[in-house]
Design a protein around this ligand. Sequence first.
Ligand SMILES: C[S@@+](CC[C@H](N)C(=O)[O-])C[C@H]1O[C@@H](n2cnc3c(N)ncnc32)[C@H](O)[C@@H]1O
Length: 307
Amino acid sequence: MASSKLLTQPRWHRLLRRNLPNATRLFSDLPSQHPVSVPQPQIHVDPKSNNKFKTASSTPSSLNEAELAKFAAISDTWWDSEGPFKPLHKMNPTRLAFIRSTLCRHFRKDPLSARPFEGLKIIDVGCGGGILSEPLARMGATVTGIDAVEKNIKIARLHANLDPTTSNIEYCCTTAEKLVDEQRKFDAVIALEVIEHVADSAEFCKSLSALTAHEGATVVSTINRSMRSYATAIVAAEYLLHWLPKGTHQWSSFLTPEELTMILKRASIDVREMAGFVFNPITGRWSLSDDISVNYIAFGTKQTKEE
Ligand SMILES: C[S@@+](CC[C@H](N)C(=O)[O-])C[C@H]1O[C@@H](n2cnc3c(N)ncnc32)[C@H](O)[C@@H]1O
């Protein structure tokens, strides 16, 4: 859980507040302001079958083919908790704690309920093998998971079908842009560890915003472009500890919290809370922190009706 320091001296808050008056809260228990109520080819995988069909699509701007190839190469390891996605498996409880807390506050849901997201439509953009989509579905959300890599979607579908509580997840090999074309809307749009792999982060944020319903929520996590992230997320994680395949991340593709807040703001999403993830090498666990110098997550809300 967040430390008491979080509630008193949020570093991200001081940094952002200089230029961004709407970025006003950290991971806290204060009430939120406003409760609420695709690549080529596009392949849908129906929850009850593995049938696919292709539709024509315009060229999506967020696709970075070199990045996608990296994920396609290791797609069969998504559910190996000791494999290349081990860091995401390890971070999952912590990022879910942030999502549960922020979404429950925003949508006036009971965070202590077993299924707090009942009644919410949530999209997991860049869902990979579904390691976030599945717990969201277990928490009661109606989940759509999309990914630009077809093999990821196949793995996600197969895995979700193993459990009746996740078998109704809608998985689709497509992009956020394609779903915008289809005028899809969601109460919450979540893109974790994806923005650093897309071709155009500002366009990607516009698509996330367009998928977010009026007064809905957008959650994005990524890695800060700091000296510490170069040392830890690249040198240590890829070259020393071999947590991730070498070349997984390009430091220049990382966004600072200020940059992310700004591009979300330009896309009509006001960042309202932010938290860092820090790794404790002794316990091997991640926890929420006000230290946003490496891994961080942002929660924002959309207040404009339509662009
Ligand atoms: C680091 S993984 C994160 C997976 C998942 N969000 C998680 O955190 O567990 C990044 C995922 O984003 C997908 N991806 C990258 N660019 C994308 C795009 N433009 N549209 C959809 N998915 C994309 C990749 O195929 C990959 O599965």
